[in-house]
Design a binder for this molecule. Structure first.
Ligand SMILES: CC(C)(COP(=O)(O)OP(=O)(O)OC[C@H]1O[C@@H](n2cnc3c(N)ncnc32)[C@H](O)[C@@H]1OP(=O)(O)O)[C@@H](O)C(=O)NCCC(=O)NCCS
Length: 169
C-alpha cells in the first residue's frame, strides 16, 4: 500500500513551471464559454513559468496544494486592492486542476490562505468571482462568504459582472 502526502506550502521558484501548468489547465476549464477564447488565450499566455517565477522571487504570497509530487492547485493572496472596500486582505486567485476539484482541497487552500493573512494582521478578507462562474460562486457561499460588492470587467468585446464575497474575523 502506498501513501500520498497532501500538503499546503509556499511556492518556491522551482515550482513556477508546475504552477503555470495548473493555472493554464484550471483557467481553460473554468472560463471556456465565459471569457471569449482569444482573450482567455491572452490571459493564460501572459502567465507562463517566467511570470510565476518572477512573482515568487518578488515575494508574492502563493500557496500550493501538493498531492504527492503533483501540484493540485494554488492560491495567491495579499492586501485588498480595492480601496473602496473595507477589507484587509484579499485572495486574488484560488484554482485547482479539474481532476482535483470537489474533494475538499479548495476549502483547505482557502483556510490556509485565510490563516496566513490573519497571522499578518489581516483579519477580514474579500474574494472576487465572475458571476457566471457558478461553481466558484457556490463555493464561496458554502464557505460562508457574503456578497458585499458588485462590479464588471471587460474581456475584449464582452463585459462580465463580478461579485465580491467578504468574510469578517
Ligand atoms: C472553486 C474551487 C476553488 C472549489 O474548490 P473545490 O475543492 O472543488 O471545493 P471543495 O471540495 O473544497 O468544496 C468546499 C465547499 O464548497 C461547496 N462547493 C464546491 N463547489 C461547488 C459547486 N460547484 N456547487 C455547489 N457547491 C460547491 C462544496 O459542497 C463544499 O461545501 P461543504 O464543505 O459544506 O460540503 C475549485 O472547484 C476550482 O478551482 N474551480 C475552478 C477555478 C475557479 O473557478 N476558481 C475560483 C475563481 S474566483
Amino acid at each position: 500500500m502506498s501513501t500520498v502526502v497532501i500538503e499546503i506550502r509556499q511556492a518556491n521558484a522551482a515550482d513556477a513551471p508546475a504552477v503555470a501548468a495548473a493555472h493554464d489547465e484550471a483557467w481553460r476549464a473554468a472560463y471556456q464559454g465565459i471569457i471569449p477564447g482569444v482573450e482567455l488565450d491572452k490571459l493564460i499566455n501572459r502567465r507562463g513559468a517566467d511570470w510565476w517565477e518572477s512573482a515568487i522571487r518578488k515575494g508574492s504570497r502563493i500557496s500550493l496544494l501538493a498531492f504527492g509530487n503533483n501540484i493540485a492547485g494554488y492560491a495567491n493572496y495579499g492586501r485588498n486592492r480595492a480601496r473602496s472596500l473595507y477589507y484587509d486582505g484579499e485572495i486574488y486567485e484560488l484554482y485547482l486542476r479539474p481532476e482535483y476539484q470537489g474533494v475538499g482541497f479548495g476549502r483547505r487552500l482557502f483556510t490556509a490562505a485565510r490563516r496566513d493573512l490573519l497571522q499578518s494582521g489581516m483579519k477580514s478578507l474579500v474574494v472576487w468571482a465572475l458571476s457566471d462562474n457558478e461553481p466558484a460562486v457556490e463555493f464561496y457561499r458554502a464557505l460562508g462568504g457574503r456578497a458585499v460588492a458588485r462590479s464588471s470587467e471587460r474581456f475584449g468585446t464582452r463585459v462580465l459582472d463580478k461579485v465580491a464575497y467578504g468574510w469578517n474575523s
